[in-house]
Design a protein around this ligand. Sequence first.
Ligand code: HEM
Length: 148
Amino acid sequence: MKHLLITLTIAALGLAATPAMAQSAAPAQNDALYQALGAKPGLEALMEVFVAGLKADKRIGEQFKDTKSSYLQEQLVDQFCVVSGGPCKYQGADMKSAHAGMEINKAQFNALVEVLQFAMDARGIPFATQNQLLARLAPMHRDVITAK
Ligand code: HEM
């Protein structure tokens, strides 16, 4: 049920997203979400659980088999820091180039969201905070999903 709710949230937000949001999420107005996520130490701990979960996942783990965990974790910490209004700079690839040629479909995207949700649960992040983060990430599906 929780998963369904988030999938629906993503679908709704996707429809509502403006073209400007397609490249990246809308700029954060303040750092409230970043603080709620536990700032830099909170994000670092979350990304460690998240990336381990991605590699172990039966549905999408294969896609991360050659990925260096420490590298992806660092990129995700910076990216999620920016997205949540924190004082960071994301210097990794834009979402379109980073996922080009991977033929990612909607089910795989939803699987990643679910793994992130499990990681947030494991870190004790409140449901409302989880949804705020997912809402900021949702517009990225336009650049990440390239297959049916
Ligand atoms: C909102 C959804 C997503 C976000 C925010 C995201 C974010 C990122 C970021 C920040 C990077 C690093 C870019 C760089 O190298 O500079 C990356 C790489 C990558 N992503 Fe995603 N991603 C998303 C969805 C997905 C999905 C659904 C898949 C596949 C199921 C996926 C597979 C990968 C892979 C395989 C890499 C390359 C990792 C490596 O080996 O360096 N991503 N992603």
